[in-house]
Design a protein around this ligand. Structure first.
Ligand SMILES: *Cc1c(COP(=O)(O)O)cnc(C)c1O
Ligand SMILES: [Zn+2]
Length: 398
């Protein structure tokens, strides 16, 4: 079903195991690596002709970077207009706290209201290209909604498994896209167990975070956009609300690729990457601080930032690598602080952010107090979703 590579719009060359580097064939469906059962990373020929100039007349979506994306043939592209979201200047909050350069990239403006649209647009496009007959996903909410939408657009059956406590708006939207929904008592790891049970015969493609290689490729486009939209000058610090970690890993991957492409100078100072988690579910923070060896037995609690309730992320080693390489850190935010963040951003900047996005702002305040961050630094927050679907989590607490 895959197009011969010679006619491909993509310069993908192989998929490599993120642990040992063993190559894997990108022309067939892959899940985790066959050697180490770890995430696979798409590799491209970055020595070629893709230049910044090529971007000039490209569409205002993430697909403008098609040479460094894995879809081989345009006809399999499943798009609802995802990506190229605005970077807003947070002047009001900035002046209150003394920041000269405080920005927020608003991923809430994506189709289906979150940045999960990027990853699922890419994964479902590849599912179609590689002949999948349907898709299944364990989700904390937004990923399921996005998968249901892109599967609808691709005419593929969709099965979504989410915690029963997920706000109603996420469930309803999945139904409206015609997906089959299963509700589970527990968190996303319990949903993952149910996915394995429902999909024993492997009829459906499981698009769990980092268990297939392409959602990461969609998410990495945030990194390309940050550089392009800021006119190829990067922020000093980027704050990202980390669950499974695809955005954190993906943005960093994009920076490395842009250095190889010659779009960023070899000696460019890359941003310090901050992973922000919920106090209720902070596996990465605990491992980063040395409070546990790894998160494989971590037990998390639900949080009103549903997307952050990921107790045992498969991508933990990759996230730790990003934090180490970038000189970044990991920090957790309480439930009440997140509500305070939603309120403050709403009142001062006119934006109704997801609690996950609010957490990144509260992290800035904490890191400023700790002296880890200086007010003269250029700071970029990622608001990963719109606040609309979380209404019942925070209702009345303005
Ligand atoms: C899924 C999600 C996250 C976490 O994303 P990961 O890629 O799992 O780290 C953060 N914010 C929102 C709104 C999400 O839906
Ligand atoms: Zn391996």
């Amino acid at each position: 079903m895959a197009t011969p590579v010679e006619t491909s719009i993509s310069s993908i060359t192989t998929l490599t195991c993120s642990r040992c580097g063993q190559p894997h064939d990108f022309e067939v469906q892959q899940r985790v690596s066959s050697c180490c059962a770890m995430p696979l990373l798409a590799q491209y020929d970055l020595s070629g002709t893709f230049s910044k100039k090529d971007l000039q007349n490209r569409e205002g979506t993430m697909w403008r970077y098609q040479e460094v994306l894995p879809v081989l043939d345009n006809k399999f592209k499943v798009s609802l207009g995802e990506g190229f979201t605005p970077i807003l200047d947070f002047k009001n909050l900035g002046s209150i706290y003394g920041f000269a350069n405080l920005f927020l990239k608003d991923e809430g403006k994506n189709p289906t209201g979150s940045f999960k649209a990027r990853g699922l647009s890419m994964a479902i496009s590849k599912a179609l290209e590689l002949g999948a007959e349907g898709c299944i996903i364990p989700t904390a909410g937004n990923a399921g909604v996005a998968m249901a939408a892109y599967c609808a657009k691709a005419n593929l059956p969709a099965v979504v498994v989410m915690p029963r406590h997920t706000p109603k708006a996420f469930k309803e939207e999945c139904y409206w896209y015609g997906a089959e929904i299963h509700l589970i008592d527990g968190l996303i790891n319990d949903c993952a167990a149910e996915v394995r049970h429902l999909n024993q015969d492997n009829q459906l493609l499981d698009v769990s975070t980092l268990k297939e290689p392409y959602r990461l490729e969609g998410k990495k486009t945030m990194g390309y956009e940050i550089a392009e939209q800021l006119n190829w000058t990067l922020p000093d610090v980027i704050l990202y609300p980390a669950g499974g970690g695809t955005g954190l890993i993906g943005i960093w991957k994009a920076f490395q690729e842009m250095i190889a492409l010659g779009w960023l100078k070899d000696n460019v100072r890359l941003p310090r990457m901050v992973a922000v988690q919920a106090e209720n579910c902070r596996p990465l923070v605990d491992t980063f601080l040395g409070l546990q060896e790894h998160s494989q037995n971590y037990k998390g609690l639900p949080t009103l930032a549903n997307g952050l309730a990921v107790p045992r992320p498969l991508g933990e080693p990759l996230m730790l690598q990003v934090l180490a390489q970038s000189g970044g850190t990991a920090i957790s935010i309480t439930e009440d602080e997140m509500v305070e963040g939603v309120r403050e951003i709403g009142r001062k900047e006119g934006l109704f952010v997801a609690p996950e996005g609010a957490a990144t702002w509260m992290a800035v305040c904490k890191l400023l107090k700790q002296g880890w961050l200086k007010p003269e630094e250029k700071v970029l927050l990622l608001n990963t979703g719109s606040g609309q679907k979380y209404m019942e989590n925070i209702e009345g607490r303005y």
